[in-house]
Ligand binder design. Structure first.
Ligand SMILES: [Zn+2]
Length: 304
């Protein structure tokens, strides 16, 4: 523990209890590609203790231009992206609490709903719309990040992106105009036609660093009056991250898209909940037996 405290000494300005707060919180990360792999790495260095890692994909050669932590040996082994992320975390925090789900986030909802914050680094508007809806329903702050490259014809290309901190009750991705029915429709029409979106490592890094900062701001705000709703835009051609115009306009507005009556888990089953509590208390009972007594018991059973 002392080593841990020393390791984090230089970030003690985050607050007197920041080490404990970061250690005890659990962050859900959906999407561990170019953006998500950066966020994982930073949260591990920061001392975040718990992770729910979700990505169904395995690394391939074309990911090695941007997937932080991914190696050619991983490509050879066709490693899961969640496994690469887990290795990156354990490199600085061997004892981290990690749940890895190599599937879509819809298969990880039981684990995600216990997170303190969810970070979405996913490609499609549909997925981020649904993921935000899930986070709202369970009253979990959601941080969304995304980047884009636009062909400007004779003027080359524009690298852009955004990071949004979406809190229950406050403005959402639809309020921001990021998710719209028109975009969802266009995406649905183009499904299966479009290839992978262009991405580069440095702009993913800027957006991921911004997202990691927002996660820390939610857990252990290091300055007074930190804003609850944050909408930052990135102009990669100018090298600027700044508040989006909508951030000021939407400040203090209530979101009409995720009403209060749509909170709570519609699939909550008290029997499953009680069964889980019971199994946890059994585990706790086992853990309360002193180690020497468990060893004696083990050898007795083994020899009999
Ligand atoms: Zn809204």
């Amino acid at each position: 523990m002392e080593n841990n405290m020393n390791r984090l000494d230089r970030q003690s300005f985050l607050g007197p209890d920041s080490d404990t707060l970061l250690h005890e919180c659990t962050v859900g990360l959906v999407g561990l590609g170019g953006g998500g792999s950066h966020v994982v790495q930073q949260l591990a260095h920061l001392g975040v203790g718990g992770y729910v890692l979700v990505d169904p994909d395995r690394i391939d050669f074309s990911n090695t231009n941007r997937l932080v932590g991914g190696t050619l040996a991983d490509v050879e082994a066709q490693a899961l992206k969640v496994s690469i992320a887990e290795r990156v975390i354990r490199g600085v925090q061997p004892e981290a609490r990690i749940i890895s789900v190599a599937d879509t986030w819809l298969e990880a909802t039981d684990d995600l709903k216990r997170c303190d914050v969810i970070v979405g680094a996913v490609d499609s508007y549909k997925e981020r719309d649904q993921l935000e809806g899930f986070a709202r329903r369970h009253l979990i702050p959601y941080v969304d990040m995304g980047m884009d490259v636009t062909d400007l014809g004779n003027n080359g290309f524009l690298i852009s992106g955004q990071v949004i901190s979406s809190l229950p009750g406050g403005p959402c991705l639809r309020c921001c105009g990021l998710v719209t029915d028109a975009r969802l429709e266009m995406e649905a029409q183009a499904y299966g036609v479009a290839g992978g979106r262009p991405q580069v490592v440095w702009s993913n890094g800027v957006l991921a660093s911004t997202a990691a900062g927002l996660v820390v701001q939610l857990i252990t705000p290091w300055f007074p009056s930190s804003p609850e709703f944050v909408y930052l835009e990135y102009d990669g051609n100018k090298g600027i991250v700044r508040p989006h115009g909508q951030m000021g306009l939407l400040k203090g507005r209530k979101c009409p898209h995720h009403p209060a009556e749509e909170t709570g888990d519609p699939l909550f089953d008290i029997r499953k909940h009680l069964a889980r509590l019971e199994s946890r208390s059994k585990v706790a009972e086992v853990e309360r037996v002193p180690l020497w007594r468990r060893l004696i018991s083990f050898f007795r059973n083994d020899c009999s």
